[in-house]
Design a binder for this molecule. Sequence first.
Ligand SMILES: *Cc1c(COP(=O)(O)O)cnc(C)c1O
Length: 463
Amino acid sequence: MRYISTRGQAPVLSFGEAMLTGLARDGGLYVPEAIPVMSADEIAALAGLPYEEVAFRVMRPFTGDTFSEEELRRAIAAAYAGFGHAARAPLVQLGPGHFLCELFHGPTLAFKDFAMQLIGQLFQIALGREGRRITIVGATSGDTGSAAIEAFRGLPSVDVFILFPHGRVSDVQRRQMTTPVEANVHALALDGDFDDCQARLKDMFNDFAFRDAVGLAGVNSINWARVLAQVVYYFTAAVSLGAPLRQVDFTVPTGNFGDIFAGYIARQMGLPIGRLVVATNQNDILHRCLTTGRYETDGVRPSISPSMDIQVSSNFERALFHAYGGDGAAVAQLMDELKSTGGFTVSQGALQLLRETFASGRCSEEQTSETIAATLAETGELLCPHSAVGVFVANAHIRAEAPMVTLATAHPAKFPDAVQAATGIRPALPARMADMMDRPERVTRVPNDLAALEALVLERRAL
Ligand SMILES: *Cc1c(COP(=O)(O)O)cnc(C)c1O
């Protein structure tokens, strides 16, 4: 399996190279050259298997010869062993035809653990084999950073630096990044918003001298291996609800489009997903784009679902690449236009293709709070604000023909203020992490400035 860039100008890589590289050198994102298809029989055979076995069967065709079967199985087993639920991604029913897939039983209580825990294991195997050392730099609106730190803390061949927007992540999210004691963990609070963090991260990747000097690697949601790990729970959820004999729809609380793009891959692989519904909060660039065809930035408005507070949605580029029939030059042109003018218009043909798979909806701040309260009253399920955005939008998209699965992306205890404001109940952290609020924090405040950031990484990383 070979991986190509969405902008058509970067070297073609193997799975292992694409995983260790992250962002392509032409500024694009790596995608598989072709998407392997699973037959209806192969999908049906997944019913009742442990999550780990489904993960192996779904991911194996994508990993090429980077890992032996035994290595991949070992990585998967280690990745999910620390989860607090034996099913890993259990389904609960919210109402007739509406199910919630709980993706928050990992060590940092958000779905990003599914990908990050696996990537930690895969990086360790690949680097250890070559005796290589790398520097991981990530940007986070909250959940990616803690998940990355949790996955890479203490690994001998990796330094991990995480940029998060100062003052814009929840206490629990911040403490998950600032309390690990391992010397290879560096939490950086940047003076700016998440898009600034993401922009500086991209700048570092585009500074090839720096990139090569520190062995820079990315684990943001642009990393193909992360998208791949997230494809698995679409299979486990859909198969438990009757796939391949029945269609299943999904609603996904969306920010950078990584999670929902994994659903798109599952659909391309042959899983009978009817519609993939993009649920946005008030930062609704994707909903506006799918509605009007115009992709236009208009600043970030901080919300009570902060992990979805983005104005540019990086992984959307992958969907555009497919909608433009794999035309890297066309995608590069759209991205140039975005950079110089702050927006672009999707062609009619591409928009039509996107709409065949994706529907969308937006949820305001008030609607988010009301959904948390209403869902608790009607079902007893306490939602985090991101998951509430999903449930609200899903409710408007439920069809008689197909069950709807809403992805619950974080545990309510990760966002206790918003949950308490909506319901009067302050959700408790699971017992295994209850002491986190008392541990000392370690964090460096940094300016929104590329040269200063690069100097800090060069100085701090172990040689
Ligand atoms: C990251 C995140 C999202 C958005 O996921 P994307 O893959 O960026 O679209 C939604 N909810 C939570 C809790 C998250 O951490």
